[in-house]
Design a protein around this ligand. Structure first.
Ligand code: ADP
Length: 592
């Protein structure tokens, strides 16, 4: 019995132990399960918030794209906030340059006092954040969502504000409010903070990119020689460069409006009408040449178009370009003047020939042998002048089109120079000018050159020197050998170069190579410094600023051809001159 009791007691004891153990184990298990459940719920909540965060950011990305429009971005945030937070109203207040925009969206019906309360609170917090007093009258209000019901007299009981910060600056506040008390937990506020923060960071980054790009664009526009300005659809000037202001002669500092252009263009160009046409019809427009002050412009007007992601074309305004065509007009005028000058030059000898032929044709006029010979000589002279001119024109045309060629042969350059100096000594004598030639040491006997071409150059330089030198003046042709790397001034001095203070600095283009240098030096009238750069230009003769006495006036083609011939020899041609002192023309022939 006792044993039975002991056994039973033991069994019961064990059973109690087991039950107890199982109970304890189950309790622990239950607690674990509860913990797990809580953990899962927490995780789920966390995931939901994360998903919401991601969803909003994705929506921001999709809908806003690369927009810098803060209103649009906040609209996206507030538009989807109700999925996550409970509220009677969500609102934002943004500072625009000239007003404060207050936009409130009602999820539930509230009374007017509720909105006014939120509006006041937001305005106060904006003032506090920016340390600036804002007035209620500055606020522009926009209400959307549920209707206002005055009977709902519930006040604001839950409320929280988030400052909207872009590029470190507060631009507004975002507010969530409800009629129920104690609604918003820290966790919800944190997420909203995070979202607005991320959006503001994205906008800040984008703004930085836009500012940098705008900076580059502005620098480019500023430095453009063409005048340019852009307007919005209301013809307000958004961008303008200094050249555009210069075109209408307004100072660079002045704030310019479209009216400045309308006033300055007068009746010459209907800028407003053209812009309107261009923007409305999406058409480009190019004007005729327009004279503004003393400059000519061609005006281009075109719409500023933008293609959206959906392929829609929107016009944002118009752009106007003032292209300065003054130099083109000048060249055109010079070309015309040049042609009429040539025609005139040809007409005089032709007229002479015609008149002589008339005399010769007239049987009633009897000429003796002397008279006959004189007439024949006149015909010869006039036709030679004409032929020379026609040949010069043809040569210049060939030089300009790159078709001018020379025939280089080995020859004695010293003989050619002596011959030309001899030829011009009669002309020099008749002008009471002394003409000499001098040669330096080591001048090579044989040089490769185009004899006809070099004779042409010498003719031009020597005849000009005599022509532009007053009576009792001196002209000297100095020829010397320049040793590559040698002292060229010293070499010229040895050769008898007379005008030490007029030695051209850039005689050789390539100091290393040896060459033959020929200088035609005169102590004549000289050339103004500013015309030295254009002396070898075709139209130089037409420049009235540099007019020479009428009887000395030629066609201005001689130096152009001389340059062409020397450059075909791979040589250099140039000049140094001083008014009243004289001129030194030089050319070089490379010695290979
Ligand atoms: P042209 O003598 O037929 O007018 P060129 O081409 O030979 O044409 O010369 C161009 C211009 O250069 C001349 O009209 C003259 O004004 C100037 N010029 C040329 N040589 C001299 C010189 N030795 N002294 C002063 N002026 C010169």
């Amino acid at each position: 019995m006792n044993i039975f009791l002991v056994i039973t007691g033991t069994v019961v004891f064990i059973a109690i132990l087991v039950v107890g153990f199982l109970f304890l184990k189950n309790k622990k298990l239950a607690k674990n399960i509860l913990d797990k459940e809580n953990e899962i719920i927490g995780k789920e909540k966390e995931m939901n918030s994360k998903m919401y965060e991601l969803a909003i950011l994705k929506e921001l990305g999709d809908r806003v794209g690369y927009s810098l429009d803060v209103h649009q971005i906040i609209d996206v945030i507030t538009g989807s906030l109700h999925q996550f937070i409970d509220y009677s109203a969500v609102s934002y207040m943004i500072i625009d340059p000239e007003k404060i925009l207050f936009k409130i969206h009602l999820e539930k019906s509230v009374h007017r006092g509720f909105i006014d309360d939120i509006r006041d609170r937001m305005l106060k917090s904006l003032s506090a954040l920016l340390d600036r007093e804002f007035k209620n009258t500055q606020v522009e209000e926009l209400i959307s969502g549920a209707i206002l019901i005055e009977a709902v007299q519930e006040p604001v009981k839950s409320f929280f504000n988030i400052p909207l910060v872009i590029a470190g600056k507060v631009v507004g506040v975002l507010t969530v409010a409800d009629t129920r008390a104690g609604l918003y937990k820290e966790e919800q506020m944190t997420i909203l903070y995070k979202i607005t923060n991320q959006a503001s960071q994205a906008v800040t980054r984008l703004q930085e990119v836009v500012t940098t790009e705008q900076g580059k664009l502005n620098a480019m526009v500023e430095s453009m020689t063409d005048g340019i300005f852009m307007t919005d659809l209301d013809y307000r000037i958004l961008v303008i460069n200094p050249a555009a202001k210069k075109a209408i002669k307004v100072s660079d500092e002045k704030e310019v409006t479209i009216f400045d252009f309308i006033d300055n263009l007068g009746g010459k160009f209907d800028i407003r009408g053209r812009l309107e046409e261009s923007v409305k019809l999406k058409k480009e427009y190019i004007s005729e040449r327009i004279l503004l002050g003393e400059r000519f412009f061609q005006i281009f007007v075109s719409p500023v178009k933008n293609l959206s992601i959906l392929g829609q074309e929107t016009v944002h305004g118009g752009v106007v370009i003032f292209h300065d065509v003054t130099s083109e007009v000048e060249v055109e005028t010079l070309r015309k003047d040049f042609t009429s000058m040539l025609v005139h030059e040809l007409r005089s000898p032709l007229d002479g020939i015609k008149k002589i032929s008339e005399v010769l044709k007239n049987k009633k006029i009897v000429l003796d042998d002397k008279g006959h010979d004189e007439y024949i000589e006149l015909i010869y002279k006039n036709s030679s002048t004409m032929l020379d001119l026609v040949n010069d024109i043809l040569d210049v045309a060939k030089i300009e089109s790159g078709k001018f060629s020379i025939k280089k042969q080995e020859g004695n350059i010293v003989n050619v120079i002596r011959d030309r100096v001899d030829f011009y000594s009669i002309f020099a004598k008749s002008s009471s000018v002394s003409l000499k030639s001098s040669f330096g040491v080591n001048v090579p006997e044989k040089v490769m050159f185009d004899q006809e071409g070099i004779e042409h150059v010498l003719n031009n330089l020597i005849s000009n020197a005599i022509k532009y030198t007053n009576e009792k003046g001196e002209v000297q042709v100095v020829t010397f050998f320049h040793q590559g790397g040698g002292n060229i001034e010293e070499e010229a001095k040895v050769a008898g170069y007379p005008l030490v203070n007029l030695f051209p600095a850039k005689v050789t283009g390539d100091e290393k190579n040896s060459c033959l240098v020929v200088m035609v030096v005169d102590n004549g009238i000289g050339i103004e410094e500013e015309s030295l750069g254009t002396i070898f230009s075709k139209f130089r003769q037409l420049d009235t600023k540099h007019a020479v006495p009428k009887k000395q006036k030629g066609t201005g083609l001689g130096l152009v051809i001389a340059k062409g011939i020397i450059e075909e020899h791979n040589g250099h041609i140039g000049v140094a001159s001083k008014i009243g002192v004289g001129s030194t023309f030089f050319f070089t022939l490379p010695l290979v």
